[in-house]
Design a binder for this molecule. Structure first.
Ligand code: PGA
Length: 253
């Protein structure tokens, strides 16, 4: 349990030029100082990955991409491969974000293949799962999450599985200002861990970091991180300003 290092990630989505990204990361490192007990992960758009990597100097700061293609290479105009993300210095890749699933038609099968190519490059995937409002209201939250988890992880080797990071992001909470309460989030996180334990084993389940995402803000971060199965956060809107993201990085429980 104790090995789950807290993981605070900024998902910038389609925001920030290279210069804006560089300025942000330089300021954040200056203001936060050395982070030893937590990982701070920045996921800029593809165009800013190299520039942000070049100014990441402090240990504890890591780079993530927001997506990648499920093939290693080929005639896929407009796509970016895991090999390219490795080359540019990424550590992590966000996969299956609800915006990818819902706006760009990504299926569980595509996401499963993406996990495979990402691990092949020794990068670590952040697998996003989450239910939409109608599914929650129909009492289907757990079955939706179970399906996304099982289909995403089905072919993974135990060594890969225990490195995997999972982000629970209820779709109704993303960008809406409606955060899941810490109790609601904890309930699903505990379910995810239990389900992984039954699918694989307890050691794997206890190693996997499970992040919460969806309207995380400076004023709800401490309560969320106080829950036993919430190991970190995936932050969208509030990760765009240094002041608010710094406060989130410096959460206190
Ligand atoms: P939000 O986005 O913090 O703006 O709700 C979270 C996410 O989509 O990862």
């Amino acid at each position: 349990m104790d090995e789950r290092k807290p993981f605070i990630a900024a998902n910038w989505k389609m925001h920030k030029t290279r210069e804006e990204g560089v300025r942000f990361v330089e300021a954040l490192q200056r203001e936060v100082g050395v982070v030893e007990d937590r990982e701070v992960v920045i996921a800029p758009p593809f165009t800013a990955l190299a520039a942000v990597r070049a100014v990441m100097k402090k240990p504890g700061f890591k780079l993530a991409a927001q997506n990648c293609h499920f093939e290693e290479k080929g005639a896929y105009t407009g796509e970016v491969s895991a090999i390219m993300l490795k080359d540019v210095g990424c550590d992590y890749v966000i996969l299956g974000h609800s915006e990818r699933r819902h706006l760009f038609g990504e299926t569980d099968d595509m996401i499963r293949r993406k996990l495979g190519v990402v691990f092949q490059q020794s990068l670590v995937p952040i697998l996003c799962v989450g239910e939409v409002l109608e599914e929650r209201e129909a009492g289907r939250t757990f079955s939706v999450i179970r399906g996304q988890l099982e289909q995403g992880t089905v072919n993974l080797a135990p060594d890969h599985l225990k490195e995997l990071v999972i982000a629970y992001e209820p779709v109704w909470a993303i960008g809406t200002g409606k955060t899941a309460t810490p109790v609601q989030a904890q309930e699903v996180h505990a379910f995810i861990r239990e389900h992984l334990s039954s699918l694989y084993d307890k050691v794997v389940a206890n190693n996997i970091r499970i992040l919460y995402g969806g309207s995380v803000k400076p004023d709800n971060v401490d309560a969320l991180m106080g829950e036993p199965d919430i190991d970190g956060l995936l932050v969208g809107g509030a990760s765009l300003e240094v002041t608010s993201f710094k406060r989130i990085v410096q959460y206190q429980t």
